[in-house]
Ligand binder design. Structure first.
Ligand code: BGC
Length: 262
């Protein structure tokens, strides 16, 4: 009896090996974090992966860490990515707290080519703001809502009736003779060893400045330090309500995923 020769089983398509989910990747000054996201609930659906940001954080070095993060997540699907830079239609136009080589880099194209998956790159504060306005402290608020992220720099995201006005970059407004983020960011608080009260005074000056410029209805304070909002927020003087973000460290990842196809 002759052996039956079965046709070889084709290898699965590389893009169909794992469950499909929208993934958010948040590129920060110290870490690159990613997770699959349920974009209808605004929640991570698996534990996030974190890899230290390479130094120098050139586009190529960052791209290879993004590839590594995605490999560890073991899921397929489109990817939203944040960058601490002005990002217009996928191209980075500034580089305040990242390597200058990003300026004029088509970040969408670079990361799409490196990962083999469709990547959408947006400003980090815009992403965090999107997450907060849909699922966090800004939820249900119409009118003018301003999100400020306090970290290495100061990021801003401006919403008018829920619609984002991208790349507002209010951390670079002049304040006390310098860039506002060099006067009132969380990094400055740490480096200058400012007490919560002293830092709150600086934040009050900054909040007064943005209030005079935009007359917002609500200000949401985000960034990692928003977890300790009870230490400084009650001391911040303002004309309008200033509240703490609620998604904390997940806001960037969730917002990155929300930006996919948006
Ligand atoms: C950058 C912004 C960024 C912010 C927070 C600023 O220095 O110019 O693009 O959103 O830092 O990371």
């Amino acid at each position: 009896m002759s052996d039956v020769v079965l046709p070889p089983v084709p290898a699965p398509e590389p893009s169909l090996r794992f469950p499909v989910s929208t993934v958010g990747v948040d590129i920060g000054g110290t870490g690159i974090k990613g997770a699959p996201v349920d974009t209808t609930a605004g929640e991570l659906t698996a534990t996030r992966v974190r890899v230290p940001t390479p130094h120098p954080a050139t586009p190529e070095a960052v791209a290879s860490v993004v590839v590594d993060v995605l490999a560890q997540l073991r899921c397929d699907g489109p990817v939203g990515v944040t960058l601490p830079a002005v990002v217009r239609h996928g191209t980075a136009l500034t580089a305040a707290n990242i390597d200058e080589a990003w300026i004029d880099t088509d970040a969408d194209a670079l990361l799409t080519a490196a990962t083999g998956r469709p990547c959408t790159v947006v400003n980090d504060a815009d992403a965090a703001g999107l997450a907060e306005i849909r699922f966090g402290a800004g939820r249900g608020h119409t009118g003018v809502v301003l999100m400020l992220t306090l970290g290495t720099g100061i990021g801003s995201a401006l919403f008018v009736d829920g619609a984002l006005v991208p790349n507002t970059e209010l951390g670079h407004l002049p304040l006390k003779g310098r860039d506002a983020e060099k006067y009132a960011s969380e990094l400055v608080r740490e480096h200058e060893d400012l007490s919560w009260s002293k830092w709150a005074k600086r934040l009050s000056r900054y909040v007064a400045l943005v209030e005079r410029l935009l007359w917002p209805d609500l200000i949401v304070i985000g960034g990692g330090v928003s977890k300790k909002a009870d230490r400084f927020l009650p001391k911040v003087r303002s004309e309008v309500p200033v509240v703490a973000a609620t998604l904390h460290n997940d806001a960037g990842i969730v917002g990155a995923a929300l930006s996919v196809g948006g």
